[in-house]
Design a protein around this ligand. Structure first.
Ligand SMILES: Nc1nc2c(ncn2[C@@H]2O[C@H](COP(=O)(O)OP(=O)(O)OP(=O)(O)O)[C@@H](O)[C@H]2O)c(=O)[nH]1
Ligand SMILES: [Mg+2]
Length: 423
């Protein structure tokens, strides 16, 4: 992970609710020092200036004495609100999505993550750009488009052209991703994706289960690009993929832009959802709901297994937390774990193993000739070969997953052999 240099950048947080912890963490992850916070209690944001008029005047006064580089808004701004805020305050105003995009931009270090971030950023900017076209002569702004040398309509056209190039490139990459998944399955691997809210401990779990050294960090969105490792200590062939974390209240264009990463999660045989058990019950529910909103309805509870992580930090019982997980996800397969104390890790491995258990018995008979060699070695990859005899024919007794049965029968027949499912 590329560490974001702090470079002494400062900000003020403006919020219309008291739940500022996440935005503080995001600001910290973006390398910005928060100098002060201003909280206004409102049921909903003011339609033109986000905070109420009076509060805005107050903020302006404070900013004159306590200069900051940015004002960070704890929410998603409409373009008109953004325009009015910047115009009134004379400081660059960053909403929650822009802050997330800034973190992504700094950390993206693979082609697909760079393209996804660029696409999301362009999508994000289009409505803001429209607002500026209507409201301002370029050059009046302290933030985006500050220097008025661009003609906005030319810029708008360029965005559209660039988006098309990015979409084509992402489509090409996702076809490659699909082929890769197909090849892995053909080689007998079960595909498991480690998913979950950002900072839940996904990379830590990959490190434990896959004996890996993926970057683990307390800052949010340490992982942007997918990383795949073979699972250790298992009887079956399992590939684990760790990828980007979820966040609450993502607008549709963000989900759409990160389709490549989301497909990586949804196209696996099992989604291992990592949940931070050290959060309060309300926080846990909020994050779980954000996660299931992205996962369901593409997959269902039966495709999920939940690793209730960080139980080393939980005081008292975790029964209530298990209940919340069950309630929100509908998933019955919940394993409390800690990647630090390693509690529960063996049970988790056992549970994953059980999912991909070789519980079908097959007797295979193949002609004993050179061409059968490749199918025999393939059988060794997808199944557990119990016995093999070379005579007039090659006779194999093997155990396999129900899912692979049909392919085994088909390939054996195609090779001039015979296979019988005996269990
Ligand atoms: N106490 C405790 N801390 C943990 C545990 N697992 C992970 N952590 C900590 O939680 C933080 C986040 O861990 P990561 O593994 O980077 O989490 P992630 O889900 O990959 O995060 P992103 O990639 O940023 O979305 C780090 O500071 C870890 O040390 C655990 O079981 N117990
Ligand atoms: Mg990570």
């Amino acid at each position: 992970m590329k560490r974001i240099e702090r470079e002494g950048r400062t900000a003020a947080i403006v919020s219309i609710g008291s739940n500022v912890r996440e935005i503080e963490d995001l600001a910290d992850s973006a390398g910005v020092d928060v100098i002060f916070e201003l909280v206004q209690w409102r049921y909903r944001p003011d339609s033109s200036t986000y905070v109420g008029r009076g509060k805005l005047e107050g903020l302006k006064g404070i900013l004159e004495k306590r200069k900051v580089d940015y004002v960070i808004i704890n929410g998603n701004l409409k373009p008109s609100q953004h325009y009015n805020l910047e115009k009134n305050l004379g400081v660059e105003c960053i909403d929650r999505i822009r802050l997330v995009l800034n973190i992504f931009k700094e950390r993206a270090d693979t082609t697909e993550s760079r393209l996804q971030v660029e696409r999301a950023t362009l999508k994000y900017e289009i409505p803001f750009l429209r607002e500026w076209i209507h409201n301002a002569k370029a050059g009046e702004h302290p933030g985006f488009m500050a220097r008025g040398e661009y003609a906005v309509d030319v810029y708008y056209d360029l965005i559209k052209k660039r988006m098309k190039i990015i979409d084509d490139e992402l489509l090409r990459l996702s076809k490659g991703q699909e082929v890769r998944r197909g090849q892995r399955r053909k080689r007998g691997f079960a595909l498991v994706c480690i998913a979950g809210y950002t900072n839940a401990g996904k990379s830590s779990l990959l490190n434990v289960l896959g004996n890996d050294d993926a970057i683990v960090d307390k800052s949010m969105f340490s992982t942007l690009a997918a990383r795949t490792r073979k699972m250790d200590n298992t009887k079956n062939n399992v590939l684990l993929t760790d990828t980007i974390g979820f966040l609450q209240d993502l607008p549709y264009f963000m989900i759409e832009s990160f389709k490549y990463s989301i497909d990586e999660i949804l196209s696996t045989d099992l989604v291992l959802l990592v949940v931070d058990a050290s959060d309060s019950t309300e926080e846990m529910r909020r994050k779980l709901e954000a996660s299931t909103k992205i996962l369901f309805p593409k997959i269902g509870p039966a495709d999920l297994m939940v690793a209730l992580n960080k139980i080393d930090l939980v005081e008292g019982g975790i029964a209530e937390k298990i209940e919340i997980v069950r309630d929100v996800t509908g998933c019955a397969s919940i394993v409390p774990i800690s990647t630090i104390s390693r509690e529960g890790i063996d049970q988790l491995i056992e549970k994953i193993d059980y999912r991909f258990k070789h519980d079908c018995r097959v007797e295979v008979k193949l002609p004993n000739k050179a061409e059968s060699g490749s199918i025999v070695s393939w059988l060794y990859e997808v199944a557990t070969v119990k016995k093999v005899e070379y005579g007039e024919s090659v006779l194999l007794s093997l155990d396999c997953r129900g899912r692979d049965l049909e392919t085994i029968l088909m390939r054996t027949r195609a090779a001039g052999g015979m296979a019988v499912n005996t269990l």
